[in-house]
Design a protein around this ligand. Structure first.
Ligand SMILES: [Zn+2]
Length: 295
């Protein structure tokens, strides 16, 4: 009788603890995931909902696009789980900090930002002319981009085109000042179309530079697009590992108006691919959704 009572109480305790432990295990193994407990859950929801979304214009031309899609997947695309949001606007909840800020193929835009106060540790002064003489921060670039820029400027000279740097690296604190000045001048909505918020500027990567002709005429201005220098840069930058980061009529994908002067080092292989396919870095990583240009 004693034995039976003992067995019964052991069974009862086992039932109690087992029940509790199963609950824990269930949670740990995510057999019954609790909504909002998993930080990736939100992204998964967006991805799942997209599976049922009607095909976009891009998906209706399968051959080349399918190939591109596979290519990006093969490379273990670090931006594959991007929530799909209007790329022309900042979406506080969708903003993600890039995991590898030193990667030359890094994507920085309104959705992806650099770690707070990120500063590359290999900034150098490229040996090329600038439209100013001071040896200041904006004259710097990361070493790999600086070397490529020197080769690009030398190649341009051979074709009788004389380029100059206008603005390279920019620290986060400099961007704070610049952005705030633009907001004071034009208001936030307009400023967001041409100036990045601190942490979101490609200039902070040390891989981007605004270029101009040596005369500085039309430097960082719309009229640069019509110069011989702009034409040369558009045709040849990719041969040296640079892309025109904000191409014409792609604001709905990049989030920024056309900037023929803003080039970004991504490495020769990637630059060639982006140039030949006539796509943006957002399209390369398949994170861009086209938005209504008239909005
Ligand atoms: Zn720029």
């Amino acid at each position: 009788m004693k034995l039976i009572r003992m067995l019964l109480s052991i069974a009862f305790i086992a039932f109690l603890t087992g029940g509790i432990l199963t609950g824990c295990d269930g949670f740990i193994n995510q057999e019954k995931p609790i909504i909002n407990e998993n930080p990736d859950q939100g992204n998964q929801d967006i991805k799942d909902s997209e599976k049922n979304a009607p095909p976009t214009e891009k998906e209706q031309t399968p051959n080349q696009d399918q190939k591109d899609q596979n290519k990006t997947d093969e490379k273990d695309n670090p931006y594959a789980n991007a929530p799909k949001v209007d790329p022309t606007e900042y979406h506080e909840k969708a903003i993600q900090v890039v995991a590898e800020p030193n990667d030359v193929a890094i994507l920085v835009n309104k959705q992806y930002r650099l770690p707070d106060q990120y500063e590359p540790d290999d900034l150098v002064y490229p040996d090329v002319p600038f439209i100013f003489s001071e040896k200041v921060e904006k004259r710097k670039l990361r070493k790999v981009a600086a070397k490529a820029l020197e080769k690009m400027f030398a190649a341009a000279e051979k074709d009788g085109v004389y380029l100059a740097g206008a603005s390279g690296y920019r620290s986060q604190s400099t961007q704070v000042t610049i952005y705030n000045n633009y907001v004071d001048q034009d208001g936030k909505e307009k400023a967001d179309r041409y100036s990045a918020r601190p942490g979101h500027s490609e200039h902070q990567t040390g891989l981007s530079i605004d270029v101009s002709g040596i005369s500085a005429e039309c430097a960082v201005e719309e009229c640069f697009a019509d110069t011989a220098e702009a034409k040369w840069v558009a045709d040849h930058a990719h041969e040296h590992g640079f892309i025109i980061r904000y191409p014409k009529d792609k604001e709905n994908l990049t989030g920024y108006i056309y900037e023929p002067w803003h080039i970004r080092y991504v490495g020769k292989e990637l630059a060639k691919e982006i140039f030949e396919q006539d796509i943006t870095l957002e399209e390369y990583y398949n994170v861009a959704i086209p938005v209504n240009e008239n909005k």
